[in-house]
Design a protein around this ligand. Structure first.
Ligand SMILES: *[C@@H]1O[C@H](CO)[C@@H](O)[C@H](O)[C@H]1NC(C)=O
Ligand SMILES: CC(=O)N[C@H]1CO[C@H](CO)[C@@H](O)[C@@H]1O
Length: 512
């Protein structure tokens, strides 16, 4: 009996690392700033049929309305209460989205902003997305409610009350991050209020959380909150399933706080991944793709089963957060597709695909002065719906990288090769590389400035395969290049360095 209990407990704990996605669905997509109504439709019409496992959504709780600058995307990281109304929609629309997505097996992951409330200069009034009264002067957030007792003002030891020195772990966790009012998570009342919010979302049917600004909270305080969380809604999830937790901890090395302090609570965002991959694919700092042979822990990343990985996120694609200039984004589409293709083919980590809106980048002294611009919206600030063009791309400045053929088909590739070993590596000592995933899939890149022409062992059974980068299998036809694999698993590849997408990927489900 005792042993059984122990086993059950261990199983429950482990579930926080488990994304809770349906079997055979191995990636989630961040539909940054999308409206709930559009996400519900996207789950049904696109994400489910194409094998996406889930959606990370923008924060669903009430936030301050910022008018100078006009409605920046970052206003959603300035909570006013835990009421569910934002530019993405109201509670009714939120519930409808969760139900409709869950019903087609695409789960919802909430961006939970629990470290802080809005900025100290927010003022007082009802200029927020549900119209709840607040006053930053006396720390009154009436709709939670929080009062001055519930913030870390007395605990922070810096003169300004702000984080002044990132090498001091007490400052990083007890002081204000860019003036955001820092909640006292050591207080049971605050823990209760946060847990109440998260439990409401769990009961509605969400599958997990991205925990914003985790580095700025003590892991022990976070654990106390997570210990109060319900198990997932059994209408869609197995009994006893715990919410997936992935924590935003920016750790590029060399700071007081390391990602490993959070491994006990769930997965952690691996920010080294996109920063290093960007350097490799851009061929900066003497990097080359041949070095990717030891990608993963071999590059001193965190253990694969703790990592949430991504090529870019909503912060570092516009120069916020970690990463810097090397980060690949949709603005560098050709390199970006290679980067995302590599990520989705490689077994390391749990993968998140980015889906962005376009903004007019404008660099002054190396900094994008338009990095604040919010989602496509009407003059009254209402977020525009995501329109879908006849060719399946998105309109109105919604980029929809997840709908790009190369990226969508690689999400499928990852599902097909799930659990298969990384093998049959080849490289030319430079930027031509290839590898397989057991006998299920094979991918080859030419990021050199000359053509590739080589015969390689793929590990795949003999047959004719359709390349899922230049096209795909439709009925029994291939709309892209065909690759012949002989009975020994050998295949001949030719990739011109100036082709639109200098990589080729085949898998058993693309066999004709
Ligand atoms: C292909 O390589 C040639 C040099 O061999 C180079 O001039 C050209 O820019 C390359 N094309 C691309 C798209 O990188
Ligand atoms: C170092 C280097 O460039 N090695 C090889 C890369 O691949 C081509 C053929 O695909 C060779 O010609 C190069 O010598």
């Amino acid at each position: 009996m005792k042993i059984l209990l122990l086993l059950v407990t261990a199983g429950l704990c482990a579930a926080q690392y488990n994304p809770n996605t349906k079997a055979g669905r191995t990636s989630i997509v961040h539909l940054f700033e999308w409206r709930w109504e559009d996400i519900a439709s996207e789950c049904e019409r696109y994400l489910a049929p194409n094998g996406f496992g889930g959606v990370q959504i923008s924060p669903p709780n009430e936030n301050i309305i910022i008018t100078n600058p006009s409605r920046p995307w970052w206003e959603r990281y300035q909570p006013i209460s835990y009421r569910l109304c934002t530019r993405s929609g109201n509670e009714q629309e939120f519930r409808d989205m969760v139900t409709r997505c869950n019903n087609v097996g695409v789960y919802i992951y909430v961006d939970a902003v629990i470290n802080h409330m809005c900025g100290a200069a927010g003022g007082s009034g009802t200029h927020c997305t549900c119209g709840s009264y607040f006053n930053t002067g006396n720390r009154d957030f009436s709709a939670v409610p929080y009062s001055s007792w519930d913030f870390n003002d007395g605990k922070c030891k810096t003169g300004s009350g702000e984080i002044e020195d990132y090498s001091d772990r007490y400052q990083v966790r007890d002081c204000k991050l860019v003036s955001l009012l820092d909640l006292a998570l050591e207080k049971d009342y605050v823990r209760e209020k946060i847990a109440e919010y998260m439990n409401k979302l769990i009961d509605i049917g969400v599958a997990g959380f991205r925990i914003d600004a985790s580095k700025h909270m003590w892991p022990g305080d976070m654990k106390a909150v997570f210990d109060k969380l319900h198990t997932l809604n059994t209408q869609w999830f197995p009994s006893g399933a715990k919410p997936f937790i992935f924590q935003e901890v920016i750790d590029l090395g060399g700071e007081a706080i390391s990602a490993s302090e959070y491994f006990g609570l769930g997965r952690v965002t691996e920010f080294k991944y996109g920063a290093k991959l960007g350097n490799v694919i851009r061929k900066w700092n003497g990097e080359k793709m041949a070095y990717l042979k030891s990608w993963g822990e071999g590059w001193s990343f965190m253990p694969s089963d703790k990592a949430l990985v991504f090529v870019d996120n909503h912060d570092n694609q516009r120069g916020h957060g970690a990463g810097g200039a090397s980060i690949l984004t949709f603005f560098d589409a050709r390199l970006y597709k290679m980067g995302v293709g590599f990520m989705l083919a490689h077994p390391y980590g749990f993968t998140r695909v980015m889906s962005s809106f376009r903004w007019p980048r404008y660099f002054v002294n190396g900094r994008d002065v338009n990095d604040w611009i919010g989602p496509p919206c009407y003059s009254d600030g209402t977020t525009k719906p995501v329109t879908i063009n006849a060719d399946t791309t998105c309109g109105d400045d919604w980029v929809c990288e997840h709908r790009w053929r190369q990226i969508r088909n690689m999400v499928g590739f990852r599902n097909v090769v799930d659990g298969q070993p990384f093998e049959n590596w080849w490289d030319n000592g430079s930027n031509q590389i290839a590898f397989g995933r057991g006998n299920k899939g094979f991918i080859i890149f030419n990021n050199d400035d000359w053509d590739l022409d080589v015969t390689l062992k793929t590990g795949l059974p003999g047959g004719t395969y359709c390349d899922i980068i230049s096209g795909q299998k439709e009925c029994e036809h291939c709309t892209g290049h065909q690759i012949q694999v002989d009975n020994d698993g050998l295949a001949h590849f030719q990739i011109s360095n100036s082709t639109e997408d200098p990589f080729v990927a085949i898998h058993i489900d693309s066999k004709l």
